[in-house]
Write a protein that binds this ligand. Structure first.
Ligand code: BGC
Length: 374
């Protein structure tokens, strides 16, 4: 059944490849295909609906899909969009490697691709719009250094555990490296001690950024290394879905005092509540509204046949760096990248999110994401 669907979609795509102007363009309305990874991780719901909203407001027709964290479904979804005559694709990949063939199909059909937030390993990608992923990790690491005042630690030692993201997501390694480059000198000096000994990326990674997986690993570590009363000081988590699992593990399986520093990324509602309640310590917020608006500006430029240069950063109201070196779609092939600037959120500046129009306070004083953005 799946195979048949794929074959139908593929032949439609191949037929499309022969048509010079996509059907939608002939009718005057261009069509944007938006492929998001999943609705089960909170942020992608915002990315998907805000991208959709902004593209439609700008006069484009849209197709929006979520692929349930299943890369073969994402391939199908993209093939269907190609068969539907999209003029441009905006894709946040579940797995940066497995979209290779469908990217070749997009290239054959003359459909440009914007890799949204996560890079796709195929040279057909026109450009990458994201935040500076390495900086996200650095901010987490630097937060830990400052919170524990590691520079002035003297003989004091602090116990650290580490949880990273999904190895299939190209971003995960950048977050991990950014943080570990800051923390490693303190680990090497013995100021930070990883009691479990689990430090390398493959060991600390979390498939699909899954909360339950992160929780179970945290529970195992706590039962194996901390049940004797060993103090846990800090848990580096690459993002909020994993931080949520780690916080649950600490609540259920750690008997020590409740002042463990936990890092995160995104500003998921449950995590912002945990920050307010002192359960999670910080998150690195990436303004998804800005990411969507910048992506719209890039899509407009591409569809207008403009070159992707630094000028796009200068004309935009959003702060982004033009980077043609950091990200490669294949060895030696750097991808034009526009990298936005992340912000650290703690209990002290939760208001930033409300003032930016991204969240509103509910009756209990917790932040909830707004449905629609300017
Ligand atoms: C995104 C993060 C997100 C993670 C899991 C990454 O690619 O950059 O913002 O937390 O995926 O959804």
């Amino acid at each position: 059944m799946k195979l048949r669907k794929m074959a139908v979609a593929m032949s439609a795509v191949m037929a499309l490849g022969a048509i010079a102007v996509p059907a939608a363009a002939e009718e005057g309305t261009q069509k944007v295909g938006i492929s998001m990874p999943t609705q089960s991780l909170e942020r992608w719901n915002r990315d998907g609906s805000w991208l959709d909203e902004k593209m439609q407001e700008a006069g484009y027709e849209t197709i929006l899909t979520y692929s349930d964290n299943d890369s073969s479904q994402q391939v199908n979804d993209i093939q269907n969009m190609l068969a539907d005559g999209v003029d441009i694709l905006i894709i946040s990949a579940i797995d940066g490697e497995t979209l290779n063939t469908v990217m070749d199909e997009a290239a054959e059909a003359g459909v440009p691709v914007v890799a949204y937030d996560r890079l796709i390993m195929n040279d057909a990608v026109s450009c990458y719009v994201s935040f500076d992923n390495y900086t996200v990790g650095q901010l987490q690491g630097e937060y830990i250094v400052e919170a524990l005042d590691l520079e002035n630690a003297g003989d004091a030692t602090y116990n650290l555990e580490i949880t990273a993201g999904d190895p299939a997501d190209n971003n995960a390694g950048y977050f991990y490296n950014g943080a570990m480059d800051v923390l490693n000198p303190y680990i090497e000096a013995g100021t930070l001690v990883v009691v479990s000994g689990q430090t390398d990326f493959d060991t600390v990674a979390t498939d699909q950024w899954d909360t339950q997986t992160a929780m179970e690993r945290a529970q195992n570590i706590l039962a194996s290394y901390y049940a004797d009363g060993t103090q846990l000081d800090v848990w580096l988590c690459s993002n909020d879905s994993t931080a949520l699992g780690v916080a649950q593990g600490i609540t259920s399986d750690y008997a020590g005092d409740n002042t463990v520093i936990i890092t995160g990324q995104d500003g998921d509602e449950a995590n912002l509540a945990n920050i307010k309640d002192g359960i999670q310590t910080m998150t690195v917020y990436k303004n998804v509204n800005d990411e969507c608006t910048f992506t719209l500006e890039i899509a407009q430029a591409i569809l207008a046949g403009e070159e992707l240069t630094e000028a796009l950063c200068e004309s935009s109201e959003i702060e982004a760096a033009y980077d043609t070196e950091s990200y490669e779609t294949s060895e030696g092939n750097a991808c034009i990248s526009y990298l936005l600037v992340p912000t650290v959120i703690t209990a002290d500046n939760l208001d930033y999110l409300v003032e930016a129009g991204l969240y509103a306070e509910n009756d209990e004083g917790y932040l909830v994401s707004v449905d629609s953005v300017e």
